[in-house]
Write a protein of this length. Structure first.
Length: 412
């Protein structure tokens, strides 16, 4: 019988692969068109209604791009719509969130030291919270605040900071930053689905009907597209953060995430200005470096619970299930002897400052909570411990880990 845990892990890997590829396509297209729009220059021989043109060279060929202020007088038969990159990125990201943080919610989503939540409650908060940002942001964009773009962006930043703090009150640090990224990405994709694409369809429909399109629809789409441009880099950071405990393994993770949004603004401001004028404001790099120094300092402040506090905490029902079956004590000793030198609250393996992936394997609760990951990493595969750190992780010990986890799965 094929192991469901192995199959499920490959499902997650495959979805992550798809998510990364589609995100690259979306980000690449977004950055390219923003840069192109800013680099357009007027010319004497442009067709009527054109606002600028740009000549480019790539792959041995020359490309001549012309932008129309509203739309061309004649719509070509073939029109390429850049929308599927955004949709496929969000859909694959949503699927990955469900696989990792809903199905694996007992391990990756919930933090009993922050909030005593049932898994279904955590999933409800996870899924329900993603739409809040879009509703608030869209309301502001359609209000009179749209006439004050700077104030609008500041209010969006306030919303992001509030959500960053809120997520860190209920979820693990890893899940909190990931959800903030999903929260922001939902705003970006909703911009494409609910605003940019519908407005472009109105323009196309007017052209096909022989009507002169209203310029306001293009302006709305451009504003939303520019907002997406400034949010892109922080979202990429938040999506990568779950691989780096320094970003989420502190009570100040919500501040780190908030500051990352400011670095996204400074970096994109430099490149957007450079594309438009030929020279970017160099002060933005100084500000970015300063922000990253503050972020690095915040990440070094140790605030995780101590081993004593972890041992004093009662086991959750999920942890108790794996800790109460035959073979647990022996498996615990094996893990303690082979894994805890790195996966400790204060690692003592040379060169390791924070436990890899933020996974602690010191107390019985730690080991029971991470049973499935131990099974995959050190049981059915030999990924852990690393070859140069193996002490007594023999094939026989790996078999004992496998037997223990399988018994725990069947326990009531």
């Amino acid at each position: 019988m094929y192991d469901v845990a192995v199959l499920w892990d490959w499902v997650g890997f495959s979805i992550r692969w798809l998510h990364v590829v589609t995100a690259m396509a979306w980000i690449g297209a977004s950055f390219y068109f923003i840069a192109l729009d800013l680099m357009l220059k007027p010319a004497d021989d442009m067709p009527e209604g054109a606002s600028g043109e740009e000549w480019e060279v790539h792959g041995g060929g020359f490309y001549h791009t012309t932008k129309y202020l509203v739309a061309p007088s004649r719509l070509p038969e073939h029109l390429t719509w850049h929308k599927w990159q955004s949709y496929s990125t969000w859909l694959s990201g949503a699927a990955l969130l469900m696989v990792m943080y809903w199905v694996g919610g007992e391990l990756f989503l919930l933090d009993p030291t922050k909030a005593e939540l049932a898994l279904w409650q955590g999933i409800l908060i996870s899924g329900g919270s993603l739409s809040i940002g879009w509703l608030a942001y869209d309301f502001m964009c359609k209000s009179k605040l749209s006439e004050h773009p700077t104030i609008l962006m500041l209010l969006l930043f306030v919303i992001l900071v509030a959500m960053s703090w809120g997520y860190n009150q209920v979820f693990t640090g890893r899940a909190a930053l990931l959800h903030l990224g999903a929260f922001t990405a939902t705003i970006m994709t909703a911009n494409v689905f609910f605003q940019i694409m519908p407005n472009q369809r109105i323009v196309v429909a007017d052209l096909k009907a022989g009507r002169a399109p209203d310029a306001k629809y293009g302006k709305i789409a451009k504003v939303r597209s520019m907002h997406n441009n400034y949010l892109t880099l922080p979202v990429v950071f938040l999506m990568l953060s779950n691989h780096y405990p320094l970003s989420f393994g502190t009570q100040y993770a919500w501040i780190i995430a908030s500051l990352i949004f400011l670095t996204g603004v400074t970096i994109r401001h430099y490149f957007n200005t450079m594309h438009k004028t030929g020279r970017g404001p160099h002060w933005t790099w100084g500000v970015t470096v300063l922000l990253m120094i503050v972020i690095a300092w915040l990440s070094s402040v140790r605030t995780v619970e101590t081993v004593e506090e972890a041992e004093a905490r009662d086991l959750t029902a999920y942890e108790q299930k794996f800790a109460s079956v035959e073979g647990f004590n022996e498996a615990y000793d094996i893990v303690l002897g082979n894994c805890s030198m790195c996966h400790a609250r204060e690692p003592f393996y040379e060169g390791i400052r924070w436990a890899p992936k933020g996974v602690h394997l010191e107390t019985k609760g730690d080991v029971a909570r991470n049973a499935e990951q131990i099974y995959l990493q050190a049981g059915v595969s030999h990924a852990m411990p690393p070859p140069n750190a193996i002490r007594t992780m023999t094939s026989k010990n790996r078999e004992k880990i496998i037997a223990w986890v399988r018994l725990g799965r069947d326990a009531e």
